[in-house]
Design a protein around this ligand. Structure first.
Ligand code: BGC
Length: 753
């Protein structure tokens, strides 16, 4: 350890000095900006160096003693970043893993102390973090389900509540910006970030994405319960042609606007403060270089007024990866001209240096730089950073409250999606003898997934003690004596002890077989084969051969192909990556304490080479192609009770122009227990100028019904709900015959312009 640095660190940690720094800083900002003209005045008085600095975002490691295993600031490196380069933003946990709040506060106080005392305009730092499914880099933070699981809940207020918990815990650490929500729609099943999304449907993702934005930001970014949200990754990232992370997407303009734009548009309408740009290419153009997407569409069409930040290294990659910029300087110029405000550089000073040169060489007008700086400073003002950039006492008390775990548990429970339940095999009896087997049965990785305490989520050291795995939760649920556990095979399906599992199955009443994926994030999660590894399937086959009933529990980020092991499973429960409370949720559902109500938010494919989505068109569903059906349709989700739909009514057979069509349907609980049902309204146009999809989700409502209870659910349809993007890239509703479909009921009507 470097003792010189240790000494510096000890001085910096001295509480008295910290208090003085705070006082000096607050005095320096005695009159913090409160209006846009105040921001304009600051921007006009800033030097070019200061301005390009504000547009720069660095990883915190750039300020720390290299290699130290605690937060140890190197004052020279820190001064270089904050004072010499005047950088505007820092991100990441210092050590790559969660830190206690105390450590976060020390970190935030230190950087803000220097920024607000030693820089010419005393501008505070905007600190960002990946609180993707909870404040995973804050020790003790609450991890709720990943996006795909949240989408299965079809419960906007619950999704909003999860994001709000995340906001409160993130802000409690002194951090006021999260790089979430993930708004790419999941239409490429191989893609390793599939589980971070809110499903394949643009409407569902729009409603839930907007709920997340509201949950993060609240009504007022300055409130100690709010953080700025960052919709990402704009746009087309989720549809790589070959399924690999950060590769080429080929998306015609109409398709881009029909399927990928709506969640971003909805987030803009919800007031999202920032956007992160897609690292990949759309139609050969890296999005970081696309003036069309970053300015014409995002700013001019959607009216986004916030800050556009690059993703990791992506500006320089216009030169080094994408080869669209011949030099690093061209890369910087290209991105800024396209519409970038801030570069997540994040580990050198190339960006501010080259940007300054580009302005001095007359390649970029300084007025363009001013625009970005204005946006960045406005966000800092809105977040209350000029008034008080330090961790706030009012925020700290909102950390790790017991009720947050209840929110995470509820979300995990509502996410649970029952895909198959032959002969009502589930729920299991609590006195059953159970063999719990499979590679996802006794690990926290497959419950939490990526961005869980570490980037990849696969470092056991950082998981909090006491969080149960599935087998532990089942033991808690029914008592340890009736539960035997055998891993059987590992994630890759390598044979460890199938024979033991088979032998143990013989003494069990039922086998709960937990299959699926380990945790992964981004490129390390790339796969070339969507099949569930053969060894995992073989374990299922061997267990089926014992004749004992087998329940499959799938813990996986993607829908790995399981065609061969579906028929003999008595029941299949999709658990996704359900977060810290996921194992309990699984136990509650398996043993009947919670009635499953999740709806599959993506189309679970049956074949490797036939990727379908629910909104496929007629060419995909032709009768002469009998196998052309997915394994499980979008929206699949059984309950322990039964629901019946009746009386689908439309107020008129014709919807005209700007009029409204009221739709109602009766939903009854015809079973024996209380249950929740998501009532989904789909529409379908019989003929249109672009081959119409077989159905599109246009509205949904989640209701709770007692046994025997019937409720009438109402929807209102307007022309906007029937619209699609036509060949001219315009949103249009064409005159024609439509069908509305709810449950197993259908009604036709006509729309006339
Ligand atoms: C990811 C982003 C993330 C960023 C900062 C990138 O590698 O693509 O989603 O926000 O890192 O950690």
């Amino acid at each position: 350890m470097n003792h010189a640095n240790l000494k510096k660190r000890t001085i910096m940690r001295h509480p008295g000095l910290a208090a003085i720094l705070v006082a000096v800083a607050l005095a320096a900002n005695a009159r913090p900006p409160t209006t846009s003209s105040d921001i304009d005045r600051i921007v006009h008085s800033m030097s070019l160096d200061e301005k390009v600095g504000q547009m720069t975002q660095l990883d915190i490691s750039m300020l720390l003693v290299p290699g130290a295993n605690t937060i140890a600031f190197d004052t020279n490196r820190m001064r270089e970043a904050i004072v010499e380069y005047g950088i505007g933003s820092i991100f990441n946990p210092g050590l790559g893993h969660p830190m206690p709040l105390k450590e976060w506060h020390y970190l935030i106080r230190t950087v803000q102390g220097m920024a607000t005392t030693e820089t010419p305009h005393k501008i505070p730092i905007l600190y960002g973090i990946d609180s993707i499914h909870g404040a995973s880099f804050m020790e003790g933070g609450t991890l709720y389900p990943q996006g795909m699981a949240l989408a299965a809940t079809c419960d906007p207020p619950l999704v909003q509540a999860c994001a709000h918990v995340s906001a409160m815990e993130t802000r409690a650490a002194g951090v006021r910006w999260t790089f979430a929500p993930v708004l790419g729609v999941a239409r490429q099943p191989l893609w390793p970030r599939f589980p971070e999304t809110l499903g394949e449907d643009p409407y569902l993702a729009s409603v839930l994405g907007a709920a997340e934005v509201r949950g993060f930001q609240g009504r007022n970014l300055a409130a100690p319960t709010a953080v700025a949200a960052c919709m990402k990754h704009y746009m087309g990232y989720s549809f790589p042609f070959n399924g690999h992370d950060r590769t080429l997407a080929l998306i015609p303009d109409y398709y881009l606007r029909e399927y990928f734009l709506p969640p971003f548009a909805a987030a803009v309408r919800a007031g999202v403060a920032t956007v992160m740009i897609n690292s990949g290419e759309v139609n050969g153009v890296p999005v970081h270089a696309s003036h069309y997407l970053l300015t014409d569409v995002l700013r001019h069409e959607l009216g986004f007024r916030g800050v556009a930040v690059s993703d990791w290294h992506d500006v320089i990659r216009l030169h080094t990866w994408h080869h669209v910029a011949a030099t690093p300087e061209d890369a910087v110029g290209m991105a800024v001209k396209a519409g970038l405000d801030m570069s997540m550089v994040p580990d050198d000073y190339s960006f501010p240096t080259l940007l300054k040169k580009a302005v001095e060489d007359g390649k970029i007008p300084e007025s363009r730089i001013d625009e970005s700086v204005r946006r960045i400073l406005t966000l800092k003002m809105e977040l209350g950073l000029f008034k008080d950039p330090y961790p706030e006492a009012a925020a700290v008390k909102n950390f790790a409250r017991p009720e947050y775990r209840k929110v995470a548990l509820r979300a995990a429970e509502e996410a649970m999606t029952l895909l198959k339940n032959e002969g009502n095999f589930l729920p299991l009896k609590k006195d059953d003898k159970v063999l719990v087997a499979g590679p996802t049965a006794n690990t926290l990785f497959s419950l939490n997934g990526c961005w869980s305490y570490t980037w990849q989520g696969t470092n056991a050291e950082w998981y909090p003690p006491g969080e149960p795995t599935v087998v532990q939760a089942i033991r808690k649920e029914i008592g340890a004596t009736n539960v035997v556990y055998d891993e059987g095979v590992d994630f890759e399906g390598m044979d460890i002890s199938t024979a033991n599992a088979v032998a143990d199955a013989k003494n069990a009443d039922v086998v709960v077989l937990c299959l699926g994926e380990n945790s992964y994030a981004e490129t390390p999660g790339d796969i070339n084969d969507l099949d569930l590894p053969a060894g995992q399937q073989a374990l299922a086959m061997d267990l089926y051969a014992t004749g004992k009933p087998v329940v499959l529990v799938l813990l996986e980020g993607r829908g790995r192909i399981i065609r061969k092991i579906v028929p003999d499973a008595r029941a299949i429960l999709m658990g996704y990556w359900p977060g810290s409370q996921g194992a309990q949720a699984i136990a509650h559902v398996l043993f009947g304490d919670f009635d499953p109500s999740g709806k599959l938010p993506f189309t679970y494919n049956r074949y490797q080479n036939n990727f379908l989505t629910y909104d496929r068109d007629y060419t995909d569903g032709r009768p002469e192609a009998p196998d052309d059906t997915p394994q499980f349709e979008f929206g699949t989700g059984l309950s322990y009770t039964t629901f019946a739909y009746s009386n689908l009514k439309l107020t008129s057979p014709v919807l005209k122009g700007t009029g409204k069509l009221q739709v109602s349907v009766d939903v009854s609980n015809t079973g024996k227990r209380e249950g929740m049902e998501t009532v989904e309204l789909f529409t379908h146009e019989f003929y249109a100028s672009i081959a119409p999809p077989l159905k599109r989700l246009r509205a949904f409502k989640k209701i709770d019904l007692q046994p025997g209870q019937t409720r009438t659910v109402h929807f209102t349809l307007t022309a906007r709900d029937l619209a699609f993007v036509n060949a001219q890239s315009q949103l249009a509703t064409e005159t024609g015959d439509f069908e509305v479909e709810i449950g197993n009921l259908e009604q036709t009507f006509r729309y006339e312009e």
